[in-house]
Write a protein that binds this ligand. Sequence first.
Ligand code: PBG
Length: 307
Amino acid sequence: MRRLVRESRLEPSHLVLPLFVCSGEGVRREIRSMPGHCQLSLDELVRECETVHALGIGAVILFGIPDKKDDLASEAYAEHGIVQRAVRAVKCAVPQLLVITDVCNCEYTSHGHCGKIVDGDVDNDATLAWLAESALSHARAGADMVAPSDMMDGRVGAIRHSLDAHGFQKTPILSYAAKFASVFYGPFREAAESTPQFGDRRSYQMDPSNGREAMHEMELDLEEGADILMVKPAMPYLDLIRQARDRFPVPIGAYQVSGEFSMIVAAAQNGWLDLDRAMMESLTSIRRAGGDIILTYFAKDAARALG
Ligand code: PBG
């Protein structure tokens, strides 16, 4: 009876697994703050992607951990940067798996900020060129979709323009349109080695209090050419996922971020929560709120549970 009248369904194809790629061979470096997740070298990444594909998961989103960081985030847009090489390797070994790339600079800058620093602060407009160049290099490597997560104003337009001008009219943009300055990114910053060395990200990420502003940000990204709009984090912002779903015609993404994952896992490790039920309830609530696509570190476990 419950199955007959169920309103929200969760399928492996709705899920996207974030993966962290680093250099080397045979490397599976555990991420302490995110149990079960590792930084993977290219060969290990390919093996992981084969598993992900076999589980019917919708896509992976790749984050790069470069060997060298600098002031100019050079590796973010290098033709043979770590993510660019990863995309080529995965698309060659598992061509049927959809590969999304995260487009941002914070993993690549020595200072850990998402953009170019001018006079002690991130310079929005100067950063757009880096982002457009990164997205283009990902598309050239074979990425199926690019996902800017930096929160600079105007970046969706800049990326769309650069992709179109170089023959990638068909590469869609998944925009982290409403991304909040959230404490829940803590574990990710350990995973991606991207903690800002000074200040914080509040000059470009949004104030958790502001729902109307989130809708405005999403509207702007849609006008600039975003194909999918995302809210991030997910669980503390279910109201905004619902509003976005009701308001915009495009697919709505929701990112269940590292802190949301790690706090559930930590509680389960303490014996305070049942891991599988907490995982499924959290993912189902995001679907019920209107999330069409869910980026989650639970993707593999959830896909297995869904059979
Ligand atoms: C890069 C980026 C971040 C996350 C995704 N892309 C970190 C940040 O803004 O600090 C966080 C993802 C997570 O916590 O799982 N800007």
